[in-house]
Structure formats: structure tokens, C-alpha cells
Design a protein around this ligand. Structure first.
Ligand code: GLU
Length: 398
């Protein structure tokens, strides 16, 4: 027996049977090509062009220089949790006790892992959107659960209906995961949408995990609404927030989960074992970003992103064969390529090969994403213009 065979035999099936994250895989591939000198226009993963606002960086640097380089409480520093509670009160209508209701996480993704670990037993089912963020189903499976997809149909403006949700429920259903503003469709859930989910969760005694990394990015004067602030939902909702998108802090890996004490206690225990804590000086920067009202430096980013999202989606819509709505929130264009009669994966592979433009195939978000391709709109104006030229010439020559 060769060494390789032995290794294959002993690796976990959980991992070997799983697929890579398409967002991270494609972004890594684009980075590697760029490192080799290729001119690649990367609109794959949700990463904005801007760096973290200076006042947040200054806060983290100051903390580091002052000796804030040691491990913190597993739940997060008191000042970080207080800043998160202030933010929830100021912007989201949620009253949170920083001592019992908030735990620091390494972004929403790690927050999702500890949330699911706290509630899932093997064989439990979790309802997810189709299309949904690429890591939900995989994380559920890693933890021994089963994702159950409920489609977001264009005919329903990519929103769930109560009867769709109810017909997916079995005696094993434990939770629902939803994302608002939605990745990848760009829907910002209205009070009516949230009320449908709340009704079903209460009637069937389910938890709901709301993934809200795009909550600061709502366009056209819309407002972001939180499920946890609806009557009777606080106890059964885990709210995940992060600074990754809104403050261009993806590399910091910082966010938090807000949940009822009975969940928070378990999630904190998990953090003790899994990561000990989120980096200390990262929490110091995070406390500034969440605690203070957003200042002009970061508000400028959001205004610029709305312009870019509107320009990019309008321009894509002008290309023959492509249909694209202007998103209500978030920074993705979800472009419908059904008229082009080409699978979304092949569209993206050929586009990268021929025009050096990297996008994410809709099918990686679920089978109802097959006729779509996702574009991150918030790159530099130069990249946006070059990317548009590449997509347009590629589609014309298909
Ligand atoms: N969440 C982002 C996206 O959807 C970043 C990539 C990732 O972490 O998967 O592109």
C-alpha cells in the first residue's frame, strides 16, 4: 500500500466529500494569477476596493502599542461587547445586555459555525434559501445536519412565502437560516417578509439564524430590519453581524453574535474550545467601528458603493442577453443569463479564460441560481469599466 492510499483511507469523509467554497476558490485563483503578473479583473468574492477607515485602524494600532496583545475573555472584551450593544440599540432597535447576550466572533462565518454547533444534533434539518451563501449548506453538513433548500423564486421577487416554508418542515427541522440584505440576490427583506418567517418559526418552535453582514448597505432610502426586534422573536433568533463588508475589514475577521442567554452561554463555551478568543487589538478596532456613530469617512464609502452598484447593474442590463435588477441592498449584481443558453459555470470559466474577468457562477449558490452569475460591484472605477468591457465583448462573441 502506498502512503497516498493510506492517507486517503483515513481522511474524514466529511471533508473529502465536500466541495471547495467557490467564492474563496475563485478569489484565490484570481490573486495567484495577479501575483504572476496577469491583468485579472476580479469581481468574485465580496471584497470592496477601499481599505479600512483610518480612524478604525488608528484605534487598533493604538491598542496594540498600549500592550493590548494578550488573549481576551472568550466572549470578547467588555468594551467590544458594550460597543456592539450600543450599535444594536442605536441602529437596530434591539436591547442587548453585553454581559449575557453578545459574543465576539471571527466574522459572520465563524459566528454561523458556533450558532449551528450550539443547536444541531446529528440528523437535524436546517431550512436554507436557494440560492444562498455558498458556505451555509456545507457548514450544516460538516456538523452532521441536513440542509433543506426552499427556493427564492423570481416570480416572488426572491422572497419566501409562508406555505413554501411550512411544506419544508419535518419533525427534524431545527432552524431556518436567512440572509438580509440577501447574498446573492440583493433583496432587502421587508417587514412582511420577516413576519412570514417569524410566524413559521413561532408556530413550529424553530430557531432562526439571521446573517446580516450587509446590513449597513441598503439602497434607495430603504431601511434594514431585524427579525430579532419582532414580537416574540428575540429568544429564538441568533443575529450575526460583522464589519467585513461595511467597514472593508474582511482581513480583520471580526463580528459578533447576538442571542438569548441560554444560547450565548453554549456559544461562549464553544469559543473557549475552538478559538479561545477573537484577536485582542482587532476587537479594539471593532469597538470603535461599532461603538461610534458611523463618521464621514465610512459614510463616503457607502455613498460611493450605491453609485457603483447602480452604475454596474444598469450597464450590465444594457448588454444584449443579460438582465439585471438594481439590488435593494448589498453590493452584488445578480445577473440573469438565461437568454444566453450557457451553464453559469461554463460562462464564468470562459469569461476568465478569454477576458480575464472573474465572476461567481450562480449554480454555486444553489440549483435555482443556475441561470445567474454574481458580480461584486464595489471595485475601483477603472476595474469596473474594464470588467464591463470584458463582459460585453465576451457576450457579443458567444
Ligand atoms: N462572503 C463573501 C462572498 O460571498 C466573501 C467570500 C467568503 O467568505 O466566502 O463573496
Amino acid at each position: 500500500m502506498t502512503l497516498n492510499m493510506k492517507i486517503e483511507g483515513i481522511l474524514s469523509e466529511r471533508v473529502t466529500t465536500s466541495e471547495q467554497s467557490s467564492t474563496v476558490r475563485i478569489a484565490d485563483m484570481a490573486k495567484k494569477l495577479k501575483e504572476k503578473g496577469a491583468a485579472v479583473y476580479d469581481f468574485s468574492a465580496g471584497r470592496a476596493f477601499e481599505h479600512t477607515p483610518k480612524y478604525v485602524m488608528d484605534g487598533a494600532i493604538k491598542a496594540m502599542r498600549a500592550g493590548d496583545t494578550h488573549q481576551t475573555m472568550a466572549q470578547g472584551t467588555t468594551s467590544y461587547r458594550e460597543a456592539c450593544a450600543i450599535k444594536l440599540h442605536r441602529e437596530n432597535g434591539i436591547t442587548a445586555n453585553p454581559e449575557t447576550d453578545i459574543v465576539a466572533t471571527m466574522g459572520c462565518k465563524q459566528g454561523l459555525t458556533v450558532s449551528l454547533l450550539a443547536i444541531l444534533n446529528p440528523g437535524d434539518e436546517v431550512i436554507v434559501e436557494d440560492p444562498c451563501f455558498v458556505s451555509y449548506k456545507q457548514t450544516i453538513r460538516y456538523l452532521g445536519g441536513n440542509p433543506v433548500e426552499v427556493p427564492l423564486l423570481p416570480a416572488n421577487q426572491f422572497r419566501w412565502k409562508r406555505d413554501q416554508l411550512e411544506s419544508a418542515i419535518t419533525e427534524r427541522t431545527k432552524a431556518i437560516i436567512m440572509c438580509t440584505p440577501h447574498n446573492p440576490t440583493g433583496v432587502v427583506h421587508s417587514i412582511e417578509d420577516l413576519a412570514e418567517v417569524a410566524f413559521v418559526a413561532k408556530k413550529h418552535n424553530l430557531y432562526v439564524i439571521t446573517d446580516e453582514p450587509y446590513e449597513r448597505m441598503v439602497w434607495g432610502g430603504r431601511r434594514h430590519l431585524n427579525l430579532a426586534s419582532l414580537p416574540g422573536m428575540r429568544k429564538r433568533t441568533i443575529t450575526l453581524m460583522s464589519l467585513t463588508k461595511s467597514f472593508s475589514m474582511g482581513g480583520w475577521r471580526i463580528g459578533f453574535a447576538h442571542a438569548d442567554e441560554h444560547l450565548l452561554e453554549q456559544m461562549t463555551k464553544l469559543q473557549q474550545h475552538l478559538i479561545t478568543c477573537v484577536s485582542s487589538f482587532v476587537q479594539a478596532g471593532g469597538a470603535i467601528a461599532f461603538g461610534q456613530s458611523p463618521n464621514d469617512e465610512v459614510k463616503k464609502y457607502w455613498a460611493e458603493w450605491e453609485k457603483k452598484v447602480t452604475f454596474f447593474t444598469h450597464s450590465l442590463n444594457e448588454i444584449n442577453g443579460i438582465k439585471c435588477y438594481t439590488p435593494e441592498g448589498g453590493f452584488y449584481a445578480w445577473m440573469d443569463i438565461s437568454e444566453l443558453n450557457i451553464p453559469s459555470e461554463q460562462f464564468c470559466d470562459l469569461l476568465l479564460e478569454r477576458e480575464k474577468v472573474a465572476l461567481v457562477p450562480g449554480v454555486s449558490f444553489g440549483k435555482h441560481g443556475e441561470n445567474y452569475v454574481r458580480v461584486t460591484c464595489v471595485k475601483s472605477w477603472d476595474e469596473i469599466n474594464k470588467g464591463l468591457e470584458g463582459i460585453s465583448s465576451f457576450v457579443q462573441n458567444l
